[in-house]
Design a protein. Sequence first.
Length: 94
Amino acid sequence: MTAAQAIPTSDTLSPQQVVSAWSVVVALPIPACDFAVPHAYQHAVPVGCRVLIPWRGELVVGLVVTGSHPANPARLREVVHVLDSPDEPHVSPS
């Protein structure tokens, strides 16, 4: 296999290409759920930022806690909108 045919790795891809989903928490007593990254989103994972997500027929505000690698990303619902700037998240990541 030549260098041009090499399989892409996390070293050769940008963060948004490697991470296919974000783990998002909502104000319910359930664990974080995975949601697909919006198609037009071109930044790193917005940890600490509020996002609008589809939840049981409504749009709900959630908080991104991490990037994730789900087993079947094609079945995930997509984040509708990122409400905060990744440069100034609603909750400071630590």
